[in-house]
Design a binder for this molecule. Structure first.
Ligand code: ZN
Length: 251
C-alpha cells in the first residue's frame, strides 16, 4: 500500500516540495476566485486568454507527473511527444467546458503531488529529460513546477502579485534567471546585470562578480523578479533613475 507521507529524506528537497505545494495552493485559490464567465477573459500573457493559460498549467502538471513516473519505473515517458502535440493539447483543452477545465486543474495537481509523495527516497536522483531536452535529476521537477504555479498565478490577472511571493522564492527565481542569461550571454550578446534589491538593504545580485561593465538596476526584490520574468518594467530603474529596458527572455 502506498505511504501517506513523503518518502523523500533529503531536507532540501522536502523544503522545495513545500514551496511547490504552497504555490499550487496559491494558484488554485486564485483560479477558484474566477467565475465561469471570468474564464473567457484575457490573461496577462498577451497571446493566451485565461482558458489557454489554465489548460497549460493543468497539462504541465500532467507532463511533470510523467517525468516522476519515469523516475519511479525506469520506463521512459517524455513530458510531451512533440512541441506540436503540446500546442494542440492546449488548444483542445482550452475549449473544454469550464467545469471540465476546473477538474483538469485539480486532478492533475493532486496526481502530481501523490507521485512526488510516493517516490522512494533513493529514486529522487534518477535522471529524466525536460521539455527543453536537458537531462536532470527528477528532483528538478519540483522547481519546474514551483515556478509554473507561482508565476502563472500572477498571469491569471485577478490579483496575485509578485509581492506575495516568499523571499526565498524571489531569490531562487532571480538565481535561475541570471543563470540562464549567463549560459546564453556569449551566444546572444546579453549584458551583465547588477541587480540591487532596495528592500534587502541594497544587496546586489550578480552572477558575474568580475564583470567590468554591468547594467545596474534597482527595485524591490519583487519588482526585479517581475522584470526578469518578462512581466513588465514597473518599479525598476537604472542607476540614473531612468526606466529599465525590458529584460532578455528567460526560457
Ligand atoms: Zn508555463
Amino acid at each position: 500500500m502506498a505511504a501517506r507521507t513523503d518518502q523523500v529524506t533529503d531536507p532540501a528537497i522536502a523544503a522545495a516540495l513545500l514551496l511547490a505545494r504552497r504555490g499550487q495552493a496559491y494558484y488554485s485559490r486564485k483560479l477558484n476566485e474566477l467565475s465561469d464567465a471570468d474564464f473567457d477573459g484575457p490573461s496577462l500573457l498577451g497571446d493566451w486568454d485565461r482558458r489557454h493559460l489554465i489548460a497549460h498549467v493543468g497539462l504541465n502538471a500532467r507532463a511533470i507527473t510523467r517525468l516522476v513516473e519515469w523516475a519511479r519505473t525506469g520506463v521512459e515517458t517524455p513530458m510531451y511527444a512533440s512541441r506540436e502535440q503540446r500546442g494542440e493539447e492546449i488548444e483542445f483543452s482550452a475549449t473544454l467546458p469550464t467545469q471540465a477545465l476546473r477538474n483538469l486543474s485539480d486532478h492533475a495537481a493532486i496526481h502530481l503531488t501523490v507521485e512526488w509523495r510516493d517516490l522512494p527516497a533513493e529514486a529522487w536522483s534518477n535522471e529524466v529529460r525536460t521539455g527543453q531536452g536537458r537531462i536532470v535529476p527528477v528532483s528538478e521537477t519540483v522547481w519546474m513546477r514551483t515556478r509554473e504555479v507561482w508565476i502563472h498565478a500572477v498571469d491569471l490577472g485577478n490579483g496575485a502579485r509578485f509581492e506575495d511571493f516568499p523571499p526565498e522564492l524571489l531569490d531562487a527565481l532571480l538565481a535561475d534567471i541570471l543563470g540562464a542569461w549567463d549560459r546564453r550571454r556569449e551566444a546572444e550578446g546579453l549584458p551583465v546585470y547588477l541587480l540591487e534589491a532596495v528592500d534587502r538593504g541594497g544587496r546586489a545580485v550578480n552572477t558575474v562578480p568580475d564583470a567590468t561593465t554591468a547594467v545596474t538596476l534597482r527595485g524591490t526584490a519583487a519588482a526585479l523578479v517581475r522584470w526578469a520574468t518578462g512581466r513588465g518594467t514597473d518599479g525598476v530603474l537604472t542607476a540614473d533613475g531612468e526606466p529599465a529596458a525590458p529584460a532578455p527572455r528567460w526560457l
